[in-house]
Design a protein around this ligand. Structure first.
Ligand code: NAP
Ligand code: F7E
Length: 327
């Protein structure tokens, strides 16, 4: 019989790729969406007739209990979050409520449902923060550097605690940065590729960025959702680092992205201190050898290919917008 999955955060970058992946595997897919004054379904518009949407919010226990009753899922993927690190300093309690306590609410809903449900939690490489060793693996100590990372560390430990307290099947994927043409526009990769396209098409003249020297291990979101699913298909619940094992500076990303359209990044990129963070995570690089060994997972899309894919998508999108707005 086909399995049923419930995805929180289905309208986000990862939620949209995971929905496609699970539909292809024959799953019945439910998604939790929060109420908004206007629809926010653009990332899943192309599969809207194949997913079932339920109204709910990670800050509201009643709606989570109700969603579980409606969907009766075999698997839950908890992707919902206030996911922008910079915002977490301005909205620390909201971030803690959604990313931290929200996960406890979800696990309590699972526990009280009386059903055998496997749960995936979206943990983050941000938990490593001021890194104690490099590359980082499942045993590397956490040193969170933002309210976002503190909340994710709380939910990560909560996953372990529910495993140990109640013998529940809960896995955390410690995912390093993963990007795509569906990445939110405020994240640095997408901000750059959108900026490249707008500058190329003369819709902007400058791209203002923050710290250009920080390093991230950037992978492709489509590869990373496969790892989420693999974790829930194992005999026992465990945590896994998912990463490419390569890192690059923001400057390198920008240079490559501008080169893609024949422009010199130095002429267009300027540094604006407003994009610096109160505490920075200067470098991250993941060691995904456990995922390779146990799950048979490895990334398919490399750094250069990722940059090309994102620049091409934004170039097409901006060209389309210009075409539609011309008289
Ligand atoms: P994203 O694009 O920002 O999507 C976040 C999703 O969470 C959206 O669907 C959003 O709904 C939903 N959401 C926010 N607050 C909610 C609430 N109170 N109740 C219910 N839903 C809520 O994030 P993403 O990049 O797909 O990331 C998915 C998950 O992985 C997040 O938990 C993120 O923290 C984590 N993560 C991401 C990365 C990465 O590099 N992408 C790396 C490690 C971990 P709206 O559409 O209504 O805003
Ligand atoms: O920043 C620097 C910035 O916002 C990357 C989330 O998905 O991945 C993401 O978090 C780096 C930071 O992502 C700008 O200071 C420079 O060092 O793209 P970002 P993030 O903070 O790494 C982790 C794994 C998650 O879990 C999160 O949910 O780039 N940077 N200049 C800039 N960043 C932004 N946003 N904008 C700039 O202008």
């Amino acid at each position: 019989m086909n399995k049923t999955a419930l995805i929180t955060g289905i309208t986000g970058q990862d939620g949209s790729y995971l929905s496609e992946f699970l539909l292809d595997k024959g799953y019945e897919v439910y998604g939790l969406i929060r109420r908004s004054s206007s629809p926010n379904l653009s990332r899943i518009a192309h599969i809207s007739d194949r997913v079932k949407l339920l109204s709910g919010d990670l800050t509201d226990q009643t709606s989570l209990d109700g969603a579980l009753r409606m969907a009766e899922p075999d698997e839950i993927y908890n992707l919902a979050a206030q996911s922008f690190v910079a915002t977490s300093w301005n909205q620390p309690t909201l971030t803690a409520d959604i990313n931290g306590v929200g996960f406890v609410r979800l696990l309590e809903a699972v526990r009280h449902s009386g059903r055998e449900i496997r749960v995936y939690q979206a943990s983050s490489s941000e938990m490593f923060g001021m890194v104690e060793e490099s590359p980082q693996n499942e045993d590397t100590k956490f040193h969170p550097r933002s309210p976002y990372a503190c909340a994710k560390a709380f939910s990560h430990h909560t996953a372990v605690n529910y495993r140990e307290s109640y013998n529940m099947f809960v896995c955390s994927g410690i995912l390093f940065n993963h990007e795509s043409p569906r990445r939110g526009l405020e994240f640095v990769t997408r901000k750059i590729t959108d900026g490249v396209a707008r500058i190329y098409h003369q819709r902007a003249s400058k791209l203002m960025l923050g710290n250009l020297e920080v390093k991230r291990d950037w992978g492709y979101a489509g590869d990373y959702v496969r790892a989420m699913w693999l974790m829930l298909q194992q005999d026992k619940p465990e945590d896994f680092v998912i990463a490419t094992g390569e890192n690059h500076t923001v400057k390198e990303f920008a240079k490559l992205a501008f080169e893609q359209v024949g422009l010199d990044w130095k002429k267009y990129v300027a540094v604006d201190p407003q994009f610096f963070r109160p505490a920075e995570v200067t470098q991250l690089c993941g060691d995904a050898s456990k995922a390779k060994r146990v799950l048979g997972w490895k990334p398919e899309v490399g750094f250069q290919q990722l940059v090309t894919m994102m620049v091409e998508a934004d170039m097409e999108r901006v060209a389309r917008q210009i075409h539609h707005s011309s008289p």
